[in-house]
Write a protein that binds this ligand. Structure first.
Ligand SMILES: [Zn+2]
Length: 194
């Protein structure tokens, strides 16, 4: 299905959502024929997104969130108090890991907070407060490390500039592979786990 939303947008944008709907957001003044042509011109990109999404959906089948909790990508049978498990994992595993990695990399931060974002894994603001998505605990450790180091590097380079990625690669040589791998887990951000 194609959903066109016209509103106070500066530019025309395109997204394929998790149910394979095509979402087009466009400024009010843009004509329908312009939008149609725009969609046609983006067909290759749309096809790529659909393949990517199918890959993510296939990958999701490896998990059973009803009967298991996951820590560092390993399932543990659990049907009750899942929220407690994940919060404990966050406070007892992730927060100490941030401290260790910051020391190893000689990068600083002020504190770490848990977030519930449906969009991002982590962020670091200009006061160097790190927010990490609690679902991070489910990921393989190499991806958790990538996310934490990525955020720590924002303490020195705020944007995703060339220098930023250079800094990341000085700590994680294979960061590109990890970044790519992390995409497969993006379904988690929207997943209800308890
Ligand atoms: Zn970033």
């Amino acid at each position: 299905m194609i959903k066109v939303i016209k509103g106070k947008y500066k530019n025309i944008s395109l997204k394929v959502d998790y149910d394979y709907n095509l979402i087009v957001k466009a400024p009010k003044k843009v004509s329908d024929s312009f939008i149609q042509n725009f969609i046609i011109s983006k067909q290759t990109w749309i096809d790529k997104q659909i393949i990517r999404l199918t890959d993510i959906k296939d990958f999701r089948k490896n998990y059973n969130f009803k009967d298991f909790v996951y820590l560092f990508d390993k399932g543990i049978e659990c049907r009750e108090n899942k929220k407690q498990f994940y919060e404990n994992a966050f406070y007892f595993q992730i927060i100490p890991l941030v401290k260790t990695l910051a020391e190893q990399c000689k990068l600083s931060y002020s504190n770490v907070k848990l977030t519930n974002s449906k969009r991002i894994w982590g962020s670091l603001n200009n006061k160097k407060e790190m927010k990490l998505n609690w679902k991070i605990v489910i990921l393989p450790k190499i991806l958790i490390e990538y996310i934490i180091i990525h955020e720590l590097c924002h303490g020195k380079e705020f944007n995703h500039s060339k220098n930023f990625w250079k800094l990341v690669s000085s700590y994680i040589k294979d960061y590109k592979i990890r970044k790519k791998l992390l995409e497969r887990y993006s379904f988690l951000l929207n997943e209800k786990l308890y």
